[in-house]
Design a protein around this ligand. Structure first.
Ligand SMILES: Cc1cc2nc3c(=O)[nH]c(=O)nc-3n(C[C@H](O)[C@H](O)[C@H](O)COP(=O)(O)OP(=O)(O)OC[C@H]3O[C@@H](n4cnc5c(N)ncnc54)[C@H](O)[C@@H]3O)c2cc1C
Length: 584
């Protein structure tokens, strides 16, 4: 088994409007990642677990910093970068990816001086880290204790942050710190507590002490460590935004950054698929290659379908953040849940194809098996995302007027600096899913999208019935399952929007997604993958919806009995996808 790659373009690269991977410096980085020497260096990295100093220095030579400086950093380009890197190595991808995550508060609310400082430091080779997590408090940031107490015209910082990507190696630290003591007896989630925190831009200095690295199952070579603040002093100019705005700014940051994690998941799914396809077409233990065995071909068919769904949802999240800034938070959260979940499934399907080869450390596959597990855990665990999504399911109002224009804007807005996207007036983009599907189905004539409209409508009705019966409020598992179905349907809708020619036409995109050299069949394969995904995953959603309704009470069950869902048949798409995985 060799590492990727040739001229093959990944699902992200084929589906993302504008073919950004062919523009500099992304094209140079893509070419570098495909070199055999880079593959060897990445393999060595997995073996040694050492921080990827040499690779980072090569990437800097290729102008990596220019993608991150505040005057340029744009979510479609950053997503393209993440997907590109994660297709080869999770360790390298998260080591680079954490820069944009950490700097988002500076892009969104930094002063000119802070942006200039960051630009200078990035161009000089520095990297950034985001210091949110404290080991004792995990996902509940409002319980955090590390502090910044006002002292003269500055602050004194104390406390420990753990599980920090770049905690010992990165020089620019963006830290969420308590600037107001927790009110005695106040519940952790009290609204007043939101104003207890402030974000600080801190450079390494006396009193900033690195903590030991953790050995991690995924991203072995990344520097997952910690930082102890031991009376470090910073001036008032270190505050990002205003004192007391830190928690809100973190929320806004996460609304954008989650699209970046989707891109990592997309890179992992595409990298795993490429290895599994090559292996199945070459490995011959009976008469012909193993891809000719039906069971192996079916693993690859499912993988190819998942790859397109993950890429489409990830592309949509990145382009929605480009258009709406933090207002795209709902789509980002839905996409993060679905992309991470489906990428895990894709990598598992590939593991079945590779057999023992998937488990041998001298090949490239095991790193995907390990790395993909991370994406659903950091930047908000999947549970945290479902917690955020479930109220949205009930809140979804019917849209005012046509929904198609906003989708055209998402895909049609050229990459623009996040600094500029952040200036958009606060306008959360979260229109109800069912009418969006129904309108696109009408305009495009797509039966696949019509099937999604039926499922989305039934889901909304089951949610309302569950609320009425009391089961919604009583049962978190039920709410989370409903939110998971919502997220998966959103991902399937994105796949239809970006991979079905009839939808692309309606949305103002070239009728066929871009196809790269030597991959002439892939646009058709993407089309087949989206059609098949709606049949396969849509059928699975329909089944889960019935189970959900049963748990939600008789009225909800009646909704699924009267279901608007009609199974979408994609026999032809399945056959085309079968032919594609066999022959390319
Ligand atoms: C490799 C790696 C890199 C990381 N990088 C960074 C970084 O750079 N900066 C940083 O600040 N942090 C980082 N983290 C920390 C990461 O963001 C946290 O691990 C994550 O927020 C989850 O915290 P926890 O693991 O302590 O889980 P906990 O919060 O303790 O949760 C335990 C379990 O409860 C679930 N849960 C939590 N809330 C709910 C809820 N409301 N309803 C239902 N279930 C819930 C969780 O999903 C989990 O299954 C990193 C972690 C890893 C593993």
């Amino acid at each position: 088994v060799t590492a990727v790659d040739d001229e093959y373009e990944s699902a992200w690269q084929r589906l993302a409007p504008g073919a950004l991977h062919r523009t500099r410096p992304l094209s140079a980085i893509d070419a570098y990642l495909r070199e055999p020497e880079t593959a060897c260096a990445l393999a060595e990295l997995e073996r040694s677990g050492e921080y990827p100093r040499g690779l980072l220095s090569d990437l800097r030579e290729l102008s990596l910093a220019e993608l991150l400086v505040p005057e340029r950093a744009a979510s479609p380009e950053l997503g393209t970068l993440n997907a590109m890197l994660a297709r080869h190595s999770g360790s390298l991808a998260i080591t680079v990816g954490v820069n944009a995550l950490a700097l988002l508060p500076v892009y969104l609310s930094g002063t000119d001086t802070q942006r200039e400082l960051v630009t200078r430091r990035l161009r000089a080779g520095a990297a950034a880290s985001l210091l949110l997590t404290e080991r004792e408090h995990g996902s509940n940031l409002l319980r955090n204790q590390a502090t910044a107490w006002a002292d003269g015209d500055g602050f004194v910082l104390d406390g420990a942050k753990q599980l920090i990507n770049g905690g010992t190696e990165h020089e620019i630290l963006v830290a969420l710190l308590r600037t107001r003591p927790r009110a005695a007896g106040a519940p952790a989630a009290a609204t007043a507590a939101f104003r207890d925190f402030t974000l600080f831009l801190v450079e390494r200095r006396p009193g900033v002490v690195p903590l030991a690295r953790h050995a991690t199952l995924p991203a072995r070579a990344a520097d997952i460590s910690g930082v102890r603040l031991d009376g470090a002093r910073v001036g008032g100019q270190a505050v990002i935004g205003r004192v007391g705005e830190g928690f809100a700014l973190v929320q806004k940051t996460l609304m954008i950054s989650r699209g970046g994690i989707c891109a990592l998941a997309s890179g992992a799914a595409s990298g795993a698929l490429r290895i599994a396809l090559d292996y199945a077409r070459e490995r011959a233990i009976y008469r012909g290659p193993i891809v000719e065995m039906g069971a192996i071909a079916e693993h690859l068919v499912r993988m190819a379908a998942l790859d397109v769904v993950v890429a489409a949802a990830a592309v949509k999240a990145a382009f929605a953040a480009n258009r709406f800034g933090s207002g795209a938070g709902h789509l980002g959260a839905a996409a993060k849940y679905a992309c991470c979940r489906f990428a895990e499934e894709a990598v598992t399907e590939g593991r079945y194809v590779l057999g023992a080869q998937a488990l041998l450390e001298d090949g490239p596959y095991p790193r995907f098996v390990r790395d993909v597990l991370l994406y659903g855990v950091f930047d908000g665990t999947s549970h945290v995302l479902l917690d955020q999504l479930s109220p949205a399911l009930l809140r979804q109002d019917p849209p005012q007027g046509s929904t198609l224009e906003a989708v055209r804007e998402i895909y049609g807005t050229p990459p623009r600096p996040l600094v500029q996207a952040a200036l958009e007036p606060w306008r959360p983009y979260a229109p109800a899913l069912a009418p969006r599907c129904a309108e696109l189905a009408r305009a495009s004539g797509s039966e696949a999208v019509a099937a999604l409209a039926g499922l989305a409508q039934t889901l909304a009705a089951v949610g309302r019935a569950a609320k009425e019966s009391g089961s919604w409020d009583a049962d978190q598992a039920l709410r989370f399952e409903a939110a998971a179905l919502l997220a998966e349907l959103e991902a399937l809708l994105a796949a239809c929007e970006l991979a079905l020619p009839e939808c692309r036409r309606v949305l103002g995109l070239d009728e066929r997604a871009r196809i790269g050299a030597g991959t002439t069949g892939d646009a058709d394969a993407d089309h087949a993958a989206a059609e098949y995904a709606v049949e396969w995953l849509g059928g699975r959603i329909a089944y889960r919806l019935r189970e959900l309704a049963r748990a939600a009470g008789p009225k909800a069950e009646a909704e699924t009995a009267a279901e608007a869902w009609r199974a979408h048949s994609a026999v032809d798409a399945h056959d085309r996808l079968r032919a594609y995985v066999r022959e390319g």
